[in-house]
Design a protein around this ligand. Structure first.
Ligand SMILES: [Zn+2]
Length: 345
C-alpha cells in the first residue's frame, strides 16, 4: 500500500452490505478445515475463493460460496468468521458494519437457524468489545427455499432483533426466483417488525426493485444497479428515500453493470438518490472498502467531498437507532476533519 492508499484506508466509512461467507480469509478457511479433520488442496486458496477478473455471471460468482460453506457449519467457525469480517471492516476504516448471512446455509451439521444466528452475533459482539467497531447482523432468507424453511430464518432474526440482528434480506438467484415467490415470508417479517432490505435490480430488472419496495416492504435495496432501466422506479426510490447498497466492483464482476463507463452511481447521486458503497464480498470479489473508494476516485473521478458524502450516507442508511447514528455521524465528521477533508454544508 502506498501513502495515498494508506490515507484512503483511514478515511472513515460505513459498510452496509457484506456477506459473511464471501469474506472468509483463505488462511482461516485452511485452519477451520484442519480442525474439522478435512483436507483442502495445497497452496494458496485465494484463487479458489476469488472470482477471475472476467467472471461471467452472477451464477458463476455465487458458485465460489460452495467452496467455503462446508467449513462454516459449527459454532466455532461462525463465531470466528463473524469476528474476522468485522475485524476486516475495522482495519479498512469502517466505524460501522452490517454483516449479512443466511442461517439456513449453516445448518448442514446440526446447528439450528437460531443457533447459527446466536454464534454469528457472538462473533460480532466480540469484535465490538475488542475493536471499537459497531457491528450488526442482517439475516438472509434464500430465494430458492420455500416458506417453511425460510420462516425459521425470519423467526430466528425476530428473536435477536435489537440484540445483534438489525434486519432481514432476501438473496440468491434473482433471475431464477422472482420476489413474488416470497410475499408470505415478508408479510411475516413485517408482522415481526423486522426492517427489510432486498437484493434486487442486480441479476433481475427494475421491476424487482418496485416489487421489493411496494410489496415486500423493503426500505433499502441491495445493489439496485438496474433501476436505470425504468425512470418510474428511479422516481419511486428517490421519492421514498430508499438507500441503495451499491457494490461497484462486484456489480461489474457479475455484469449487473456493463463496465465502469456505464456504472450509474454518479448519475444516481446527481438525481438525489441515497447511494452507499460496499464490498458485497471481501474475498469472493477480492476487494476492500478502501479499494472500492479508490476505484471510485480513479475510474469515476470521485472527489473527497463525494466520498465523504457516500460515507455519511452509510450512516444515514444504517439499520440503527437515531442516538447511535448521531454518535456515529459525530465520530465520522471528526475523523474527516482529522484527515483534512472539508465537508460542504
Ligand atoms: Zn449481496
Amino acid at each position: 500500500m502506498n501513502g495515498h492508499d494508506e490515507w484512503l484506508r483511514s478515511f472513515p466509512k460505513a459498510e452496509l452490505h457484506v456477506h459473511l461467507d464471501g469474506s472468509v480469509k483463505p488462511e482461516t478457511l485452511r485452519e477451520l478445515a484442519e480442525r474439522q479433520g478435512a483436507s483442502l488442496p495445497e497452496g494458496d486458496l485465494r484463487g479458489r475463493m476469488t472470482v477471475d477478473p472476467d467472471c461471467g455471471s452472477l451464477t458463476e460468482y455465487l458458485s465460489k460460496f460452495s467452496f467455503v460453506l462446508p467449513f462454516l457449519q459449527t459454532a466455532e467457525a461462525l463465531e470466528r468468521v463473524a469476528y474476522e469480517t468485522a475485524e476486516q471492516a475495522a482495519d479498512d476504516g469502517c466505524l460501522y458494519v452490517e454483516v449479512r448471512f443466511a442461517p439456513l446455509l449453516h445448518t448442514e451439521r446440526g446447528l439450528t437457524a437460531e443457533e447459527a444466528v446466536k454464534h454469528t452475533v457472538n462473533g460480532l459482539r466480540r469484535a465490538e468489545r475488542e475493536l471499537g467497531i459497531t457491528a450488526r447482523a442482517i439475516v438472509i432468507a434464500m430465494r430458492h427455499e420455500g416458506f417453511e424453511r425460510n420462516r425459521e430464518a425470519i423467526e430466528a432474526a425476530a428473536r435477536y432483533l435489537g440484540d445483534g440482528v438489525c434486519a432481514v434480506d432476501l438473496a440468491g438467484d434473482e433471475a431464477g426466483y422472482p420476489p413474488e415467490l416470497h410475499q408470505r415470508l415478508f408479510d411475516l417479517a413485517s408482522e415481526r417488525k423486522l426492517p427489510v432490505t432486498i437484493h434486487a435490480g442486480e441479476a433481475g430488472g427494475a421491476a424487482n426493485v418496485r416489487y421489493a419496495v411496494e410489496r415486500l416492504g423493503a426500505v433499502r435495496i441491495g445493489h439496485g444497479v438496474r433501476i436505470k432501466e425504468d425512470p418510474e422506479v428511479i422516481e419511486l426510490v428517490r421519492s421514498r428515500r430508499i438507500p441503495l447498497e451499491m457494490c461497484p466492483l462486484s456489480n461489474i464482476q457479475t455484469k449487473a453493470a456493463d463496465g465502469w463507463e456505464r456504472y450509474p452511481i454518479r448519475d444516481y447521486m446527481d438525481r438525489g438518490l441515497i447511494v452507499t458503497v460496499n464490498t458485497d464480498n471481501r474475498t469472493v470479489s477480492g476487494t476492500t472498502m478502501t479499494n472500492e473508494y479508490k476505484l471510485l476516485a480513479e475510474k469515476l473521478g470521485f472527489g473527497f467531498d463525494e466520498l465523504a458524502a457516500v460515507s455519511l450516507n452509510g450512516i444515514d442508511a444504517a439499520f440503527a437507532d437515531e442516538p447511535l447514528k448521531a454518535e456515529l455521524r459525530i465520530r465520522m465528521k471528526r475523523k474527516l476533519a482529522e484527515i483534512g477533508v472539508a465537508l460542504k454544508e
